[in-house]
Ligand binder design. Sequence first.
Ligand SMILES: [Zn+2]
Ligand SMILES: [Zn+2]
Length: 460
Amino acid sequence: MSSARRLLLFAGAAAAIALLLSATAPVAGAEDDGYSYIPGSPRGPQNWGSLKPEWATCSSGKMQSPIVEIMGTPYPHGMIIRLNANASVVNRGHDIMVRFDGDAGSLKINGTAYQLRQMHWHTPSEHTIDGRRYDMELHMVHLNAQNQAAVIGILYTIGTTPDEFLQKCYIIAISNQEGKEKMVVGGADPNVAKGKDTVYYRYMGSFTTPPCTERVIWTVVRKVPEEDDQFGYIPGTPRGPENWGSLKPEWATCSSGEMQSPINLGLLDLTLAPGLGDLNYTYRNANATVVNRGHDIMVRFDGGDDAAAAGGLVINGTAYRLRQVHWHAPSEHAVDGRRYDMELHMVHLNTQNQTAVVGVLYAIGAQDEFLHKIVNGGVDPNVAKEHDIVYYRYMGSLTTPPCTEGVIWTIVRKVHTVSLSQLALLKAAVVNGNEKNARPLQDVNNRNIGLFIPLPLINV
Ligand SMILES: [Zn+2]
Ligand SMILES: [Zn+2]
């Protein structure tokens, strides 16, 4: 990899995109490929170049892909993808490929036409931008009349709305995953993939699978979940926290509200509130979806018809169901002026859609079991459960736009621990600029902050 290679960036407004993770896993390591993606294994990426003489470029090449560093200057683009074409889906073992048999349109680069021949997917993404690896990368492979290749790579993050283009051709690919026979499908429409005003990077590289042939013209497109990315955390920027209230009329409360969150839980402002009672909750193992909202990583509990699937919290006799959890780093709430390294928010709703959030503060230390479980594929909200919980209670707001008030806040006083690598993982996953996603502290005004201490703790 050479950092001397120039990367060119065409910048415009990014297109909104997202997809479901469940439909993206390619089949890895099939025998007929002769290569694997498992690092350290005999046929792993570091050994591709010595597996076959004709794959030597994978080791010896000086213009290999993917590359890590991305920087940019404007580039005049000429992406013209125009036809609805017939396509065959081929399971190549290491991935699913959609091959276009007719004229599927073309890409024009410096006056030369490159015809779209096939597309396939990688998870996670192969290219990174500013060190960030995305959830998936689509490769659209084009050839010119001399069989020179130009590939468009499209980076995807996990989001809430499925990608229209992928839904069209991808579902067909999944249905063909069992066997390896090709299946002719109609109606895969590459035109849908043509985003207007896309941001893209351009550099000279190679195929990312053996034989790793070089002189491939790469165009890497970054698609960002636009709907979730319309506010930022960097102070002094147009979309920074001090401007949230003026970005949209429906976000006005962010500026005008008198009961906003987060706040400093000042020891002098506290009132002992024995009447609040023990934190009364029951959480269960439930199906969950991990969603990258750009500004944070959210785990949503999908109970289907059973809204109570993940359990919940009872406050003053009213049941609040756990709907999602997400994280902020550093912590949003402060205790006596101190902000911690991370804060977990467990968001609950009652049947009137009123919100109750439980916040848990973390300092760097031993790994957090709850996060550990999520990263390893299981979500068990019960792991977060403890006994004899001392907590703060106050009335506040959502800490992100629209900053809606009337939120019942419960902040657990015990500070938990999270490992450095767990925290780094959360920060790496969010969209650049959101590595610090804590809203500045808001005025307490005349609010009462209750402190509940369970009886067993008072009696010792
Ligand atoms: Zn590829
Ligand atoms: Zn939050």
